[in-house]
Design a protein around this ligand. Structure first.
Ligand code: ZN
Length: 505
């Protein structure tokens, strides 16, 4: 048994390194690659993905799993193999999960998808720049049809969405997701309605004065350092769409984008991606390989959203850092008080862009995407009708109509990569973040005072101990149980919002 696991680890190590090569190619494509290199890059990605597929689907992996007595047909998050320690057991579970998915897909399809997704992503950038959906449309159609083919091959019980959701939120079914959404969708809509109807306005004009890009970056780097981000094992760059990726166990890349006319964009992008980055830098070294990853995108997002909102948009946080911010931008913020700044960055207002939305209406953006992508996958909505459906949802739910495609249906990169099933994990992240933070508060006396003194280390240490170091050892639902003693409960998020916003609105 020990030998079998050892061999599996060797194979895993090679796959892990290949995934990092793929991540390096992807990072470069979104940051510095010249546009003319698109076809080279698409082919490179396709070859690497094909190699990963070959390795994980090899007969040898199948034989080892069989020898270990893994029942692939009934594989579940609760897999227990007698005689294995916790980490080895989790390792076999994750390899088996990967093997099971990939063996259902022919290598040619995996390669074709990698190539098309790479091209589609570049066309999306172009389309977004030109604010013209028609440039992107044929590529989205292609990627969607490949994703449907992939979902059908992987298989599902109730709907295609299940097969794709599982790549981002392992082991979760659409039905469970819907039941979680049911418990907060109505409340969130009601909450937004109440605030909009109150007619109260937050004045934050000062956030839209001119903020020098260089100084924004300097301040952002300072905050990342305060959060505990290790620049010896990571970098911060600029891209069209902020993201985090790991090119190695000790190489975590963050990106953001700056807007001189909107201070919030760059900084909260940095804090958000910083939250992802700290998770990636916090995996135990024992886990290198398939287990050195976020256990689900929902949990990953709980880390970024917690730093961005529960910490980064809190009063104690700015008690600690507003003086330094004022020092950085003396002309721009000299007439702004801490309280006004705090209220300013917490304005709730229906807006067009998801990544720049406040933490409340943010969830409405997710509800729209979740609905539309399910319809696309179920064939109820055609790609050509997507911009109109998008605009009509925005009018209905947020009361605003995007003036163009760039600020509407083209704003997010996800669908260009074929990431259908990804969006709901953002809302799951919001829900998890509030539940984790409530627990942290109950376990660390004076937590907010510590944050107010700029001692963010207490937050990071707690997250490292309870969440980060475990990587993928515990599936999301189990992790939530281990950390909080309960299953995911949207009530924590709603209570957090109600408590916070009664002081602001
Ligand atoms: Zn994120």
């Amino acid at each position: 048994m020990k030998e079998a696991i050892e061999r599996l680890r060797e194979i895993d190590r090679e796959i892990y390194r290949l995934s990092e090569i793929s991540a390096a190619l992807g990072w470069d494509q979104e940051t510095y690659m010249p546009p003319g290199a698109l076809n080279d890059r698409a082919e490179q990605q396709s070859i690497v993905e094909g190699m990963i597929h070959e390795r994980i689907t090899s007969a040898e992996v199948g034989n080892i799993l069989e020898k270990l007595g893994v029942d692939l047909e009934n594989l579940s998050a609760d897999l227990v193999i007698d005689g294995l320690e916790e980490i080895d057991n989790a390792f076999v579970r994750e390899i088996a999960r990967f093997y099971k998915r990939e063996t259902k897909l022919p290598k040619k399809l995996v390669e074709e998808y990698a190539r098309e997704a790479s091209i589609s992503q570049s066309r999306w950038v172009e389309a977004r720049k030109a604010s013209d959906f028609s440039i992107f449309k044929p590529h989205l159609e292609k990627v969607l049809s490949l994703k449907c083919e992939i979902a059908d091959l992987i298989g599902y019980e109730k709907e295609r969405y299940d097969a794709l959701l599982d790549s981002y939120e392992p082991w979760m079914k659409t039905e469970e997701l819907l039941s979680v959404f049911e418990r907060f969708e109505g409340r969130i809509k009601e909450f937004v309605k109440r605030i909009v109807a109150s007619g109260k306005k937050v004045n934050n004009d000062f956030l839209y004065r001119s903020f020098d890009r260089k100084k924004q970056e300097e301040f952002g780097r300072f905050i990342l350092g305060e959060m505990g981000f290790d620049f010896e094992r990571g970098r911060l760059d600029v891209s069209a769409h902020p993201f985090t990726t790991s090119l190695g166990f000790a190489d975590v890349r963050l990106t953001t984008r700056y807007n001189e006319k909107d201070f919030k964009s760059g900084l909260f992008g940095i804090i958000h991606e910083g939250g992802h980055g700290l998770y990636e830098q916090g995996f135990s070294e024992k886990l290198i390989g398939i287990l050195a990853d976020g256990t689900s995108m929902g949990i990953h997002e709980s880390q970024s959203r917690m730093w961005e909102n529960l910490v980064g948009r809190s009063l104690p946080f700015w008690k600690a850092y507003f003086p330094k911010l004022k020092e950085t931008f003396p002309g721009e913020l000299s007439d702004v008080s801490l309280e006004d700044f705090y209220r300013g960055i917490n304005e709730i207002t229906p807006s067009l862009i998801r990544v720049e939305a406040d933490e409340v209406t943010y969830n409405l953006h997710i509800i729209i995407r979740f609905k539309l992508e399910r319809e696309l996958l179920n064939g109820k909505l055609k790609v050509q009708d997507l911009p109109e459906a998008w605009n009509s949802e925005y009018s209905g739910l947020l009361g605003i109509k995007p003036p163009n495609d760039a600020d509407g249906v083209l704003q997010d990169i996800h669908w260009s990569h074929g990431y259908f099933g990804y969006f709901p994990t953002y809302s799951l992240g919001n829900l998890y973040s509030a539940q984790f933070f409530a627990k942290m508060k109950s376990e660390i006396p004076g937590l907010e005072d510590e944050i107010g003194k700029g001692n963010l280390q207490v937050v990071l240490s707690w997250l490292r101990e309870k969440i980060h170091r475990h990587g993928r050892v515990y599936p999301a639902t189990k992790l939530c149980m281990e950390v909080t003693g309960e299953t995911l409960d949207p009530d924590y998020f709603m209570k957090y919002l109600e408590g916070k916003y009664q002081d602001i609105y």
